[in-house]
Every structure is written in C-alpha cells, then in structure tokens.
Design a protein around this ligand. Structure first.
Ligand SMILES: Cc1ncc(COP(=O)(O)O)c(C=O)c1O
Length: 454
C-alpha cells in the first residue's frame, strides 16, 4: 500500500492519543545500526534510538539471533510457569546489585516501564502503609495512572480527574536555569536545604516529630532526568539527598528506565553518585527494543516472599520468554566487554562536537553530557531564552530527510525534551561509530543553519 494511503488510513482508524501526532506522522520501513530507513530507502541517522530503548544498535545481530532461536524453542509459556532465562536473568541482575551495594535483593518483571513503576509503588505502599511519594519537578515516570501521579507534568493528569496520591514535587538542581551567581554544587546544596527545611516543623506539612513519621513513603528519582532534558545534577547531590531520606525514614527509589544499561557509561546511572537505592526500576534497553520487558530490583526486606507473597502483582505477559532470553543475552554481552570505557570515550567525542557547534551557533545555549546521554539547549540568539519553535523546525527538517551528505539525501532523528521543550536529548546507539558522530555534527550544523533561515 502506498504511503499516502497508509497515512490517510492512520488518520481515520488510529487513536491520536499516543505521541505520533506531536509532529507530522512519519513511516519507516527498515532499520540497521544507527539508521532508520523510509520507504524510499533514505537513511536517517538516529540520535535518540527509541528514547534510549535501542542502546545496542538497530537489528543488533547477536540479540536478534537469540530472539529467533527462542522462537524455535520456547516462544510462549504462561507466566505462571518458569523458564530458565527468567531465573538466570534475575540472578545476574541481583548478583550484580549485591556486588555493588552489598544488599540481597530480588527481581520482579513486568512488560513496560510504567507497569514496573506501578509495581514499585505497590512494594513501597506495602512496606510503609502510605501512598504519598516525593518526586522531582521535571521528573517522568510513565503514563499509567500510578506512574502519572508521580510524574511532574500536569498535562498528563489533567483529563483524568483528581489524583489523591499526586506526588510532592521538589525542585531538581537544573543549574543552567537556576539562580544566577551560584556554582552547580552550591545550587545542589541550596535545593537540598530547601527540601530538608520541610522536616524542620510539623507545620511544614510532611513530618510528625512526635511520632517520628513522614507522611511520604519514598522519593522517586531519575539520577539524570530523561524527558526533563538530560539534566545532570552535581556529583554530591544524591549523597546529600540520601542523608536526608535516611534521617527521616523515607525510601529511595531509582528510576533507571531511560538511563540504565550503560547509557551514561555505567550499568545504572546512580552508580556515578555513590549511593545505594532501596528499589531500582529498569526497562527499555534491557531487550534493545525487542520484545518488551521491564522490571525492578528491591532490597530483600521489601520484596521477600513473606511481605510480598504470590499474586501481589501480575500481568499475563510479565517475564515473557522472548524478553527474558534477550535480556539475559544483553546482560552477558555487557559483562563480556568494557562498555564503560567505550561509552565514556564516545561520549567525550560527542560532547566535544557539540561544544564546537556551540561556538558557531549562538542559539545553542547549553551543552552537557554523561557518557552517551547528552543535551543541547536551543535558545534565542542570547543563548538563554528557550526557543522551542527553532527546535521544532529543526526536528521537522531532520524528519523530512532532505539533508545532504556527500551528494546523498539523508535525514536526522532527534528527540525533543526539557522543561521548555527546547532541549535536544541525544541518546545515540552505544555502538555508534566515530565517523557517525562526525556525521551527526555535520548534519546538526546543516539543520540549525537551515532552521534559522526559516
Ligand atoms: C525515566 C522513565 N521512567 C519511566 C518511563 C516509562 O516507561 P514506559 O514508556 O516503558 O512505560 C520512561 C519512558 O520514557 C522513562 O524515561
């Protein structure tokens, strides 16, 4: 069927309630490595890799082979029964956590990030007997009703009535847009002091000093904010936060759904900050965007069979064998080579390219990165005022596939994020080649020049 007919049918028969119609709908027909291809065979260099779900390259041969092999052996089995890869994968993640943090723990699988966030909310509510959480301004934890309640954006809740368990949103140390005259570290300290102030008096609304109890059960964090615009907090920030949480008996839940699996150069991005989570939620890149699988790790005291008995949570496709087989192969692949050095090296090269572009384009207000999670804020010519329109234009031009390289048509796939929707959140394949990073800079240069012209 030709593309025009497909698009007309999509407009007629598909719900617009997902994110396809944020911009002009676009159809792709093939993918490989760092590229998506449209029906005409035009390559699009992808710098967002399905929002960091495809960390190991499109159609990764090793991971695809495992999926195919699983199709020939045990493609289906009800989640009531066991299959070996579920057990092996859980063991690998739990043993890694034990080695890193010294805690015994268990894994619970589900099909998507939001569903696993909901499972983590059940664990926390069960452990604490409370249903209120702290989370950060700018935070994103998914769009089930449970995850929406702890996601900062009111836009995702507005149509669905009252959320009695809406989180208390605390400012995140977003230094570029913080108060002038403070270093990044000072601003982090300032945010922490503002948070700790809540516990100074019962009249600040969160703490009963007589009972020694907080009304809030846990603090949900993304160590690097994803949808919020790939914001990297100061290095000591989470140590400070954890100190406050420990003092007031509040659990620390880390959402690694977007930043996990070496996006930032470590298996879990929280490892950069020297603190230990009570619960860690993961998803996306575990299966490299193949059959969905997500899950959580929790400390033994929160998830042991006495406190979280059979049937506490369940979904038909949870721990599906395609997902666990690919997830296990992903973990084996990561254990076999030095992803940390590889990602940090490529990240440095990418960031240097962005710094170079920033020198030539005053509209690039801020660039930053940790591993291959990188950001560029698109602003007015003053380098500060957010310029969403310019970035929207850039993203549209990139998706039209009319850029040029060495006489060939090319496109560029970008993701737009941030508090003002003016941030390019770069999540390229961790296997991206050096020459592809150079090509990315050439195409970004063309894109911003064309978008500026109007
Ligand atoms: C940090 C974070 N948490 C949770 C989610 C929700 O995951 P899913 O879209 O798989 O439900 C996402 C998805 O983008 C995310 O980035």
């Amino acid at each position: 069927m030709c593309e025009a007919v497909l698009l007309a049918d999509e407009a007629r028969y598909c719900s617009f309630g997902d994110t396809v119609h944020y911009s002009d709908p676009k159809i792709f027909t093939r993918c490989e490595g760092s590229y998506l291809y449209d029906g005409e065979g035009t390559p699009f260099l992808d710098l967002q890799m399905w929002y960091s779900a495809v960390n190991f390259g499109y159609a990764n041969p090793r991971l695809n082979a495992v999926l195919k092999q699983q199709a020939d052996t045990l493609p289906q089995v009800a989640s009531q029964y066991l299959h070996p890869t579920k057990i092996e994968l859980a063991k690998m993640i739990a043993q890694d956590a034990k080695k890193k943090w010294g805690h015994d723990g268990r894994i619970h699988f589900n099909v998507g990030g939001s569903q696993s966030i909901d499972d983590s909310l059940k664990l926390v509510r069960n452990a604490k007997g409370k249903n209120l959480m702290f989370a950060f301004e700018g935070g994103y934890h998914g769009r089930t009703l449970g995850a929406s309640a702890i996601t900062s954006s009111y836009r995702y809740r507005r149509r669905y009535g009252h959320f009695g368990d809406r989180a208390y949103f605390i400012p995140f140390p977003y230094h570029f847009r913080g108060p002038k005259g403070m270093s990044k570290e000072e601003y982090g300290e300032h945010c922490l002091q503002q948070f700790e102030r809540l516990f100074e008096s019962e009249y600040n609304g969160v703490w009963d000093p007589k009972a020694g109890q907080s009304e809030y059960a846990a603090f949900y964090v993304e160590p690097i904010q994803g949808t919020g615009g790939y914001i990297i907090p100061p290095p000591n920030f989470f140590k400070g936060l954890k100190r406050v949480l420990d003092k007031y008996g509040i659990l620390f839940v880390v959402d690694e759904i977007q930043m996990g699996f070496y996006r930032t150069g470590k298996l879990w991005s929280i490892e950069h900050f020297g603190v230990t989570p009570d619960v860690l939620v993961f998803g996306k890149a575990l299966t490299n965007g193949l059959n969905p699988l997500a899950g959580l790790w929790a400390r033994e005291e929160l998830i042991n069979p006495q406190v979280f008995p059979p049937g506490s949570t369940h979904s038909t496709f949870a721990s599906n064998p395609f997902g666990t087989a690919v997830g296990l192969e992903t973990m084996r692949m990561l254990a076999e080579s030095d992803y940390e050095s590889m990602v940090m090296g490529k990240g440095e090269l990418f960031l240097a390219g962005l710094c170079d572009l920033q020198k030539r384009h005053p509209e690039i207000g801020d660039v930053d990165g940790l591993g291959l999670a990188l950001r560029a804020e698109i602003c007015e010519a003053d380098g500060f005022t957010p310029n969403k329109q310019l970035l929207d234009k850039m993203a549209d031009i990139g998706l039209k596939g009319g850029l040029e390289h060495k006489g060939k048509r090319m496109g560029l796939v970008l993701d737009v994020g941030g508090y003002h929707k003016n941030v390019i959140t770069f999540a390229p394949s961790l296997h991206i080649l050096e020459e592809e990073i150079e090509l990315a800079m050439v195409l970004l240069d063309q894109l911003i020049t064309r978008a500026r012209r109007g």
